[in-house]
Design a binder for this molecule. Sequence first.
Ligand code: GLA
Length: 697
Amino acid sequence: MPPVLFDPDHRLWLLRGPTTAYAIRLADDDTVRHVHWGATLTLTEAVKVAERISPAASSFEAVAAVDELAVEGGARFGPPSLLVRFADGTRGVQWRYAGHDVDGGHLRIRLHDRHYPLRLTLHYRVCADSDVIERWTTVENHDDRTPITVLRCDSAAWAAPHRTDYRVSHLVGGWNSEFQLRRTDVAVAETVFTSRRGVTSHHANPRLAVDDGTAGEEHGEVWSTALAWSGSWRITLHRDPVGRTTWTGGFGHEGLTWSLAPGEALDTPVFAGLYTAGGFGAASRAWHGYVRRHVLSHPNETRPVLYNSWEATGFDVDEVGQIALAARAASLGVELFVMDDGWFGARTGDHVGLGDWVPNPVRFPNGLRPLAAEVRRLGMRFGLWVEPEMVNPDSDLYRAHPDWVLHMTNRDRTELRNQLVLNLGRPDTAEWTHAWLDRLVAAHDIDFLKWDANRPFTEAGWPGHGDPDRLWIEHTRAVYRIMDRLRADHPGLRIEACAGGGGRADLGILARTDQVWTSDNTDPVDRIDIQHGFSQLYPAQVMGAWVTDSPNAATARETPLRFRFHVAMAGVLGIGGDLAAWTDDELKEAVELIAAYKRIRPVVQHGTAYRLRGDGTLTAVQYAHGDEHVVLAWCPTRPYGHATAPLRLTAVRPEVVYRDTDTGATYAGAVLLGSGLPLDLPSGDHASTLVHLRPVG
Ligand code: GLA
């Protein structure tokens, strides 16, 4: 059965994933209308659903059906996905259908304005192995003389079917508190989720899940969507009093305008959507599968255990100190050594040197070669922290090129963390940035870059440019291009996305990076929540998680080393503590725990994740890979000292007997599914356990 079907009599398209269907139709006025997004349907059934859509009954509601990409124009009063103004002052669009084509799972529907030279292509892409539907749009100015002003151009609008109630699940946060999951009723209103910061942001992640108020972790219908864009973005969720819930999203925030030059076409990023009938857990697992198969470049690789120097040394890095740390890290079993901030220019603090990407001659008198060589001799790969989009005013780069930053002629240049943002929309700035990164990677055969971006945009002007708001698109595109080019030229290079912690996690950046630095907050208790939110969309294999010192630098909370390890083992394990200060007992325990992680890592990084519990006193995650299972359970606090109830597992086979690879205890699958796995947790707060189960025999 082909993934895209067309019924010419009813002018209806049906897109089919393995278990779901999505249907749209052309209305009499040639606008594309939404028909169905949910369980699988035949073409005949979809036609029946389409026929059910009744016209509106009131002079105040002329358009009853939901548009696939609402424009301004006619009797439409909801949030438009496409807003344009033509040179003569006319706003809005009236479409004429200009045909469609299907290329495998890719459907393109072409619409032309009836009078003006505006053309639109609605793109839909489905794959045989995923229920995720990728959607985006192309707008084109088909005139050869006059520009068209684009006030809004979203990638897609999505619609949930008519239900009596709706909830939205979304991710909020801030620096040190990213990915907090919030689940609230959808207001009968327009609710805006956005970043005006030039990066994805810590504050809101461009991912929404809508349900009718009854879905749970493992049951119920969920309509979830995620935008593949790493700059400013906006998603507007609209619930009307009649009961329709739709949401439209794309790049840029409100108030920006883009001029579409004669002959120019603008492609939006992908806004992907997924319907699942198995609750939030099934939605996450389907997204994880999609990210692995269709977003990540190296999904089958196993991410190495890394060491990062930041929390140990801050800006105080030098050859001797880093070599000493590297020796300790290697003796623990670390596989990748990453030197963080402070290695270049005059960078002895956050006020100076950013932009001067040459090794600091006092700290590294012989350049980085001796350190890189020693790291390799110790059997590890070598990585470096970089922040290519930023500059300190106190730097040689800024003194030479003060015009390279985002700025406005008559406005102050607001500094955050004593730095300004380079305008990578400028070809010269982008070219320079690519050149130094390329040189750096080539000169030291760098295996890994931690690519940071430590402040949002302000005074985002581009003096002298005719269409300055373009920088909100072009900067992000330049970051993508530089990463893509570096990766193409240096196939061994792996990149970690970071923006002051988890400020840049999205499907766009994941297409050219391998992991995300989840948060600067490495407190394991806080991390349980952060990781819970992160896992809604992103798989464990991209979730960077370090074990750091106790008390924690961010929260001053004291926790046992084992607990810190067990929390970090839920993702890509890293070590970020000051190893010089760890006791012999701690180092010995760390050796054992890193070895244990390496044994479970294929299951964690390549398996399927089930969030078994998450209620403040006990959070547990199970990973299943083939017939192997890993359970990580964490109790931040033990009210009344009560013992924890056994944990009922999922995805094990009832007829199989499993052995705990550590204790040797055996359990029948049926018992693990029924009464559950007894948890052997130490007493007191911050208790945790790791259980690795393999079939007996
Ligand atoms: C950001 C990152 C940190 C660290 C510092 C270095 O805050 O999130 O992990 O790299 O920058 O300045």
